[in-house]
Design a protein around this ligand. Structure first.
Ligand code: ADP
Ligand code: MG
Length: 226
């Protein structure tokens, strides 16, 4: 599904290697952690998959398609096929939970009964009863659930999460991790970038370890040394 073929990324101005000769593949249906200290290159990796940036060398491909060759008019389709969750949930503060989801659907132009679809997803993330609540009225964990729901409304086969539990206490982090695991069991391919060893220890899954932009380990059992 995703392939990094000897990918190197240097940013203009700094010229330092954010990623260096990174090479791996992820199959449909996998659950994969990307771990590494701050600055190791985790977000760069996710941004390459979203085609927010392109590699300096090498190829990033999704379902066999080289993303660098994707014309601009096709980018909205790519972004619709990939759900994205951030550490700071980035919900719209003036919209309630349900509206945050329907807004995402409207932005992608999907037809059908938006509210029914949004409500069904809110139910799936366990927040149907809070559909009228505004972000400020929700706990951090609930806000993150809404953000995950928003990422899911377009039914993307791939969910990318950048430090999804970065602002959460351990118990709430675990609930969010369980939710992501449930989604994976139902068929969504899930990638989680995190610097948290606890998260990876709690639910052992394939783990890609980045150090200084280099992929230094690819472990199927979740064990690793940072
Ligand atoms: P992580 O998400 O693991 O903390 P990043 O991918 O954000 O790491 O960053 C990897 C490296 O690339 C860091 O050294 C960072 O300073 C650098 N970097 C990230 N984004 C930019 C940018 N837009 N311009 C210049 N350097 C950047
Ligand atoms: Mg990051």
């Amino acid at each position: 599904m995703i392939r990094f073929d000897h990918v190197t990324k240097t940013y203009p101005r700094t010229h330092a290697h954010a990623l260096k000769d990174v090479d791996f593949q992820i199959r449909k249906g996998e659950f994969v952690y990307i771990v590494g200290h701050s600055g190791a290159g985790k977000s760069t990796m996710l941004n390459l998959m979203m085609r927010r940036i392109t590699p300096t060398e090498g190829v990033v491909s999704l379902s066999g398609q080289d993303l660098a060759g994707l014309p601009h008019r096709k980018l909205p389709y790519l972004r619709r096929a990939i759900g994205m969750v951030f550490q700071d949930h980035r919900l719209l503060p003036n919209l309630n939970a349900l509206e945050n989801l329907t807004f995402a659907l409207r932005a992608t132009g999907t037809r059908g009964d938006l509210e029914q679809r949004a409500l069904q997803i809110l139910r799936q993330v366990g927040l149907a009863h809070k559909r009228k609540a505004y972000p400020i009225e929700l706990s951090m964990g609930e806000q993150q659930r809404v953000a995950i729901g928003r990422a899911l409304v377009t039914n993307p086969p791939l969910l990318l999460c950048d430090e999804p539990t970065g602002n959460l206490d351990p118990d709430t982090s675990w609930e969010i991790l369980e939710l992501l695991n449930d989604l994976n069991i139902r068929g969504t391919t899930v990638m989680i970038a995190t610097h948290s060893r606890e998260l990876v220890d709690r639910l052992r899954r394939r783990t890609l370890v980045l150090r200084g932009g280099q992929l230094v380990e690819d472990r199927s059992d979740g064990g690793f040394s940072l």
